[in-house]
Design a binder for this molecule. Structure first.
Ligand SMILES: [Fe+2]
Length: 279
């Protein structure tokens, strides 16, 4: 059975007119110490500010998606802090790991009644797949052969379902030299494999700490601002940006269409400090 390769959670099937609403946050980079900062930004405070801002948008959300880099220091305490907020949003939360995470620690520390570690969300007409692209102690990403074969087998088994693929790393170059060095290593192969399946509608990711959109074959690629430090688009070397942290809203229609937008927190409260050495 193909479905067994993914650990699934089944949601109530949507009827013909209902839309699936997702609120995505990414790259929280939390520390065990709430006062600790990353390049001058207290990531606990910026995470809180994003959660406050997104409250009106989660009222009708089906779930919150967290696309990795929950922790900066990889401590259990940092994951517990994330949990203390996400667990109280009143919505299901689904998480996948980023390069700064330790997947086993993250899953063990964050799996609660409301926070799921499943990697296949079955909404009936839509299948949402959550991949693990993290490599221990490396910044760049990787989808191993086993995971890629499982993904292809799943797509081959469900040609009539619309698919949203989620992971941490960007599989496509974003014209930013330093960040492109840290993309998904086999990104080109990954995209070409997905292009074989007409029902793939979008690939959604974090990692690049900026808003991004591109088309590849017949599907869209979207990235979402971090809840923490922002990186300047198309910068050759490591460069922080002065735009504010934010989140993304994604709506999946029963006809297979996607509408999405990014919202950032108001005011100019969080300004990162440029560093020579990156982050
Ligand atoms: Fe990150």
């Amino acid at each position: 059975m193909v479905t067994k390769v993914f650990n699934s959670k089944e949601y109530r099937p949507k009827n013909k007119t209902e839309v699936i609403r997702i609120v995505q946050i990414t790259d929280l980079h939390l520390f065990a110490d709430k006062q600790q900062d990353l390049l001058g930004i207290k990531t606990w405070d910026s995470f809180q500010a994003v959660v406050d801002a997104m409250q009106p948008d989660i009222v009708d959300a089906d779930f919150i998606l967290v696309t990795g880099d929950v922790s900066q220091d990889q401590s259990k305490a940092s994951y517990a802090l994330a949990c203390s907020v996400l667990d109280k949003l009143g919505k299901p939360v689904h998480i996948l790991p980023g390069n700064h995470d330790v997947p086993q620690v993250m899953r063990a520390a964050m799996a609660t009644q409301f926070i799921g570690v499943e990697n296949f969300l079955d909404f009936g007409s839509w299948h949402i797949l959550l991949l693990d692209s993290s490599i221990p102690h490396q910044v760049s990403g990787h989808i191993d052969t086993t995971q890629l074969e499982q993904l292809k087998a799943h797509l081959a088994a469900y040609p009539d379902k619309f698919h949203l693929i989620c992971l941490h790393h960007h599989p496509i170059e974003i014209q930013s030299h330093w960040l492109d060095a840290h993309r998904l290593k086999e990104g080109a192969l990954f995209l070409d494999e997905l292009a074989q399946f007409k029902q793939v509608k979008s690939v959604l990711f974090g990692h690049i700490h900026q808003e991004f959109h591109a088309r590849y074959a017949h599907f869209d690629l979207w990235a979402t601002p971090a809840t923490s430090v922002q990186f300047k688009p198309k910068a050759y070397d490591f460069t922080v940006d002065d735009v504010q942290p934010g989140y993304r809203i994604i709506e999946l229609s029963a006809e297979g269409q996607i509408s999405t937008s990014v919202k950032r927190i108001p005011d100019n409260r969080f300004q990162a400090v440029q560093a020579e050495s990156g982050y």
